[in-house]
Design a protein around this ligand. Structure first.
Ligand code: MSK
Length: 630
């Protein structure tokens, strides 16, 4: 064992408690207190058996009242709630993707947005059958923007991205009747099906849940990821740092939070401008530090090495440091609590999107057309707020870890080529990874994703699961707040190889990678779908045969349910640590944990005991290896 030292959950909790003491001095509220006020939770809601889709109710199913007023039974009610949950998540991711497609349409050689990865744009254009020979790259970008936007509302056909999947997977989707059509159509169809007097048959509701999930992962999210790469660059390994200690007391601290890189990229660009840095110095600071929270943080960490201040349940902590001049948000996963909380400090809570407007915020509307000008206004507002700090409230926990991030599929393929350097030719495929798995040097892979949820001790499940997986020679790819949990703990430091089993440790050393690979934000789970597709094609196996599983141990958002549905529908067994409000229906539970296997060769496992959850994943990976005879 080397000198590597992780940051423990206990240490992070101690830092949070110290910040809550600052909060108490100024009368600040925090999620830790609100959870207590909301506990115990409504049992009907927890089981998914409450129906309020019409005004005859709300109807709640009990043994004495087994049907709602319309006659719908508990399975129809739970199934409809599940489908609506999915539609909320799919709509959200897909609308994020739409914004990126729209930004692509604003790309110009002398504009705020440029095409940073022209080769990737050309590659996608060829995939879509668009003429690329002799084309001006910006003409091509604008045509691709229009085509991508039309994916959302086209009248005929299925998602263009489906062709990336192995033929076997495409056939499964076709035969199950779950190939996603236009992205928006699947959301509309879901909401139509769940309207009063439409579907109440469990099988139909779960089929549409999978289809709507697929329209996200193999539709809207894939648009978001792929065209973000075109605009802002395809991530490659880059060093950064994670946890609250990345904030710098002497500097103007701007925290970007949310999801859409169109905003955060521009803020980073402007904050780097020597004129802005000089202005910050004029205002008494030593410089400007940008750090991030949630997925927007993942986006700028992957492409620029911008440090990660924290994940979902740490968003209030950045304000509680008393050293945050502005928390700048766009969409999704933003606590409305940031409004009143920021009023207890000098912090400016800056909302920027018509999609996420909140009380007690300063609203500076941001759009692709006015990006530079608005980003300048935001950065200046933060700088001018530095003088309003209350020094006696400033406390930044001295806590951060090194992390290497930026493992896009392209980067993984390139990096792992080095592993088998002396044994095989450099291939530009996933074959070296397949070799490592087949030989047993790596037993398998787990995709760790999703949020924090106060129902689980924050970050504990993410970190403990990852530690046990890598100790068992199972490589972890991570995204979203799970990735940030890993980075904060130190699991994305290359030195964390010391925590691995002998096989994975050797791979980490040969390829010079950490054992937990940062693959990006929530929409970037689409990268994982591309990776498993390539692994399947390169190995000649079906996706469901690969010793690979997905896991969201602390998930909380509708988006996570949409993700879970497309990961399962892609053939990857998926393990959840929090129940998706379906325990009230035996039929829906049976379908999700077993029945869907007949359609897509994978299903869900829900296990709230974290130790059992990890053991079940390892067991599933070993079962798959045994079935393959490897
Ligand atoms: S940010 S959806 S809390 S992973 Fe994508 Fe984190 Fe979950 Fe939001």
């Amino acid at each position: 064992m080397g000198n590597f030292k992780m940051t423990t959950v206990e240490e992070m909790e101690a830092a949070t408690n110290r910040l809550l003491e600052t909060g108490a001095k100024v009368g600040a509220d925090a999620w830790q207190f609100r959870v207590k006020n909301q506990t115990p939770h409504c049992k009907f809601g927890e089981q998914g058996v409450c129906c309020r889709i019409c005004s005859m109710g709300p109807c709640r199913i009990t043994p004495k009242a087994p049907r709602g007023i319309c006659g719908c039974d508990v399975h129809g009610i739970v199934g409809r709630n599940y489908l609506k949950f999915t539609a909320g998540g799919a709509a959200t991711h897909s609308d994020h993707g739409r914004e990126i497609c729209n930004t692509l349409g604003h790309a110009a050689p002398d504009g705020a947005y440029k095409v940073k990865d022209p080769a990737k744009l050309i590659r996608i254009a060829k995939e879509w059958g668009v003429e690329t020979e002799g084309r001006d790259i910006y003409d091509l970008a604008h045509e691709m923007s229009e085509l991508a936007l039309s994916e959302y509302g086209k009248n005929h056909g299925v998602s263009r991205w489906l062709k990336r999947a192995p033929q076997h997977t495409q056939d499964l989707w076709h035969n199950a009747g779950i190939e996603p059509r236009a992205i928006d159509r699947e959301v509309s169809c879901a909401l139509h099906m769940t309207h009063m007097g439409c579907s109440s048959k469990p099988e139909a509701l779960i089929r549409q849940s999978l289809r709507n999930g697929l329209s996200d992962g193999w539709g809207g999210s894939m648009c978001g990821t792929e065209f973000s790469d075109v605009l802002f660059g395809t991530p490659k390994p880059i060093d950064t740092e994670a946890n609250l200690g990345v904030m710098v007391a002497e500097n103007v601290n701007i925290v970007v939070h949310g999801h859409d890189p169109s905003l955060s990229e521009m803020i980073c660009e402007v904050a780097d401008d020597p004129e802005m840095i000089a202005y910050a110095k004029e205002m008494g600071a030593k410089g400007i530090t940008i750090s991030g929270v949630c997925c927007t943080s993942n986006e700028v960490a992957m492409r620029r090495g911008i440090p990660m201040a924290g994940n979902f349940l740490q968003q209030e902590n950045v304000v509680l440091t008393g050293a945050c001049e502005a928390i700048v948000v766009d969409v999704q996963c933003i606590f409305p609590a940031l409004g009143p909380l920021s009023k207890c400090f000098h912090t400016k809570f800056i909302t920027t999107s018509p999609i996420a407007q909140m009380p007690d915020s300063d609203y500076i509307e941001f759009s692709a057309g006015t990006a530079l000008e608005k980003a300048k206004e935001i950065v200046k507002t933060a700088i001018e707020n530095f003088k309003n700090r209350k020094p006696d409230l400033v406390y930044i926990p001295d806590m951060k870890q090194k992390a290497t991030v930026g493992y896009s599929v392209e980067a993984i393929v390139k990096t792992l080529d080095g592993v088998t350097n002396s044994q095989v030719d450099k291939t530009g495929t996933t074959k070296p990874l397949v070799d490592c798995i087949t030989s047993g040097v790596i037993r398998g892979a787990v995709a760790m994703v999703g949020c924090n949820n106060p129902k689980i001790r924050p970050d504990y499940a993410h970190i403990e699961l990852m530690k046990k997986l890598i100790a068992n020679d199972i490589i972890v790819v991570a995204s979203g707040c799970s990735a940030q949990a890993a980075a904060k703990a130190g699991l994305m430091d290359k030195a964390a190889k010391d925590l691995c089993g002998a096989g994975l440790k050797r791979v980490c050393e040969l390829a010079d990678i950490p054992p937990v690979l940062h693959m990006g934000s929530c929409v970037d789970i689409s990268r994982m779908m591309v990776l498993v597709s390539e692994l399947a094609k390169d190995s000649g196996l079906n996706i469901s045969q690969l010793p690979v599983v997905g896991c969201a141990p602390e998930w909380m958002s509708e988006k996570a349910v949409s993700i879970g549905n497309y990961v399962v529908a892609t053939g990857i067994d998926t393990f959840l640590g929090v129940d998706p409000y379906v325990s009230g229906s035996t039929e829906i539970t049976e379908l999700l944990t077993s029945g869907v296997k007949d359609w897509v060769e994978a299903s869900y496992t829900v296990e709230k005991d974290i130790d059992k959850l990890v053991d079940k994943m390892i067991e599933r990976i070993e079962e798959k290896r045994t079935a393959l005879g490897i």
